[in-house]
Design a protein around this ligand. Sequence first.
Ligand SMILES: Cc1cc2nc3c(=O)[nH]c(=O)nc-3n(C[C@H](O)[C@H](O)[C@H](O)COP(=O)(O)OP(=O)(O)OC[C@H]3O[C@@H](n4cnc5c(N)ncnc54)[C@H](O)[C@@H]3O)c2cc1C
Length: 415
Amino acid sequence: MKKVGIIGAGPSGLCAAQHCLQEGYDFTIFEQGHELGGTWIYSPEINTHSSIYEGLTANGPMDLNTLEAYPFRDIEEKGRSFIPYEHIFACLLEYGKPLRDHIHFDHKVALIHRLDDAWEIITETSCGKFQKTWRFDAIFICNGHNFKEDVPDYMLKYTGNWIHSRNYRRASDYANQTVAIVGGGLSGMDILSQVVNYAKKIHFIHNQPGKHAKIIPKNVEENARCVDAFEKSIILADGSVLTGIDTVILCNGYKHSFPFFKNGEVELKLDGKIVSPLFQHVAHVNYLDSLFFIGLTSHAFNFLTIEYQINFAMAILSGRANKFPQEVVENWESGRITELKQHGKHPKNFHFLEGSQFDYYHELCRLGNFPYKISLAIERVFYDFIEKRGINFFTYKNFQYKVLNDEDFECKYVP
Ligand SMILES: Cc1cc2nc3c(=O)[nH]c(=O)nc-3n(C[C@H](O)[C@H](O)[C@H](O)COP(=O)(O)OP(=O)(O)OC[C@H]3O[C@@H](n4cnc5c(N)ncnc54)[C@H](O)[C@@H]3O)c2cc1C
């Protein structure tokens, strides 16, 4: 029987474990914390693994962004597609119930390295006193990708008050302040939509100032991207200088990080934006049938992606997948970079799926010989909500989706 080690008890680790259960593998999950749920465990403390904040609701319709066996099914009855984080966490607790006996909590994976015919893992407890060595045939890396902040150099020159979005916890902390939100991605937009209800003034600093002119409230000013800082001033790309800011909230995203690989097994290219060398964002090129990375991709229905990636990894592990020619595997990374460039995108978007997610799932199914189960209606919901989010990020979460049949859906606005 195959022995599988899983790092992390967030959605990816739990889903990998569910599949190991179904395959009849002997598996063990290592979780550094004291509860399952990963990112979805809220804590008022800062610098924890999770960056969830008060009042956060999912940034996509979760009745569709679901794993096969996930108990998100009662959402429709509650009349919301964009559910609060507490609900997602409660579902994960339910999903993880049959897996609890396999989870070693307070077991931080400190080292993973390759032996001749197996993987060795060294774990340590939070007090650092107890180390233990384990051996596995295969490893699933499910340690998350939202815990190591990406902080630009200019921010380190700024002597005013600033935080990374990772440590943002509640909007009321910014009551009556002048706040600068740096970054117009998902975190920047979401945090802005909360803080706007409390702050005196917000500078929304991002790459396309003016983009949201039609929808932003009076207390928000869109500004050009930030290029430098000195003392308590921020310098923008158009040469203007912002002062008098009480707090800067840096919504600049994250870097990938695998501190337990200490022997160069993984290379982080482009300052942590590309995990290399991988095939299909999942299988390590040099250990194709024994080292898998789950959940590195983003800007998609993340939970669906996790499920398809794990199906793909399981197909390889169990020998059900097609045999991939070595050159196809080795050239996949450069092919992906070429594809991004052809679409006018920067290689730092390497792990962003965006519009390509459904093609990606099809490819995983083809390579792994397992069925594609997503209906056209669900694909269409994805494009619909992305469009609505593009039009107005203050209101897109008020829409409720209902899939009517394989092709059609309906969507209504719930104020
Ligand atoms: C603010 C925010 C909002 C988000 N909103 C959405 C959303 O609306 N919809 C969506 O689909 N996605 C959202 N995401 C993305 C979210 O991260 C994923 O949905 C999902 O949680 C990823 O699951 P994961 O298991 O890969 O990683 P995580 O949930 O991060 O879990 C990783 C687990 O690994 C453990 N771990 C890490 N290192 C070690 C180690 N060395 N040893 C042992 N254990 C370790 C951690 O403690 C953690 O429990 C959001 C992320 C953030 C930060």
